[in-house]
Design a protein around this ligand. Sequence first.
Ligand SMILES: NC(=O)c1ccc[n+]([C@@H]2O[C@H](COP(=O)([O-])OP(=O)(O)OC[C@H]3O[C@@H](n4cnc5c(N)ncnc54)[C@H](OP(=O)(O)O)[C@@H]3O)[C@@H](O)[C@H]2O)c1
Length: 244
Amino acid sequence: MSSVVLILGALSDIGRAIAHEYARRGHVLHLAARRAERLEAELSDLRIRYGVQAHAGEFDALAFDTHEAFYAALDPAPELVFCVFGFYADPEAARQQWPLARQMMEVNYVGATSIMEVAARQMETAGKGCLVGISSVAGDRGRAKNYLYGSSKAAFTAYLSGLRNRLYPKGVHVLTVKPGFVHTQMTAHLDLPPLLTSTPQRVARDVVSAVKKRKNLIYTPWYWRYIMLAIKLIPEWLFKRLSI
Ligand SMILES: NC(=O)c1ccc[n+]([C@@H]2O[C@H](COP(=O)([O-])OP(=O)(O)OC[C@H]3O[C@@H](n4cnc5c(N)ncnc54)[C@H](OP(=O)(O)O)[C@@H]3O)[C@@H](O)[C@H]2O)c1
């Protein structure tokens, strides 16, 4: 069944890959990003390639006061919402400059929950819909290397769990997605282990399949579930000495 899809953070590499998956299946798309004029090339590509209806919307996760009006203006109303945007600052820079750490928390948690709450209220009233949050394996355990980013994602993961709990009896589904390392603009400057680094297209395919199967939480690729399980099992007295 075709639904109306909203992608928040549509210029992210993962957001783009998700858009292609749904456009290929003939869904109507709303793509939202900061400076929406940058979406024009993406919209034309999707329309020409797949012959779908695709619309652009101006969305800034930090412009909290605009979220209600932004969502209300979406026509047709979304039935499937992807919260994909995110901000990752260099961990050392974030430790030295509080505004960068704060921006990660505001984009990844406050901004994400602000717009998800708006969408949740609309779907609750409609009695149907699906909300998908792109969190991260980094939220599973605070690590010396990236605990400021990780804690913003941990908060988002906890939020999604509660939202799923609240909306289940209302007929609205909530999916939490925890990608491992992915080759994107966000990680382009990082030296990631090739064997453990996935692609936005792989993440997008896993997400589409999880939405279809109404899964609650996925790790993508799947093996990250076991990597994170092992990391979570390390006792704290040892973990603090590893400094990973
Ligand atoms: N890459 C990985 O290894 C990895 C792993 C786990 C989770 N994730 C998560 O996956 C999601 C997608 O990231 P990606 O890897 O595809 O990175 P990306 O290509 O760098 O995308 C990040 C996007 O977030 C948008 N954004 C940042 N601040 C925003 C704001 N205030 N309002 C609206 N949009 C904002 C950026 O928009 P502009 O173009 O306007 O800057 C950009 O399009 C993120 O939530 C990220 O945390 C990524």
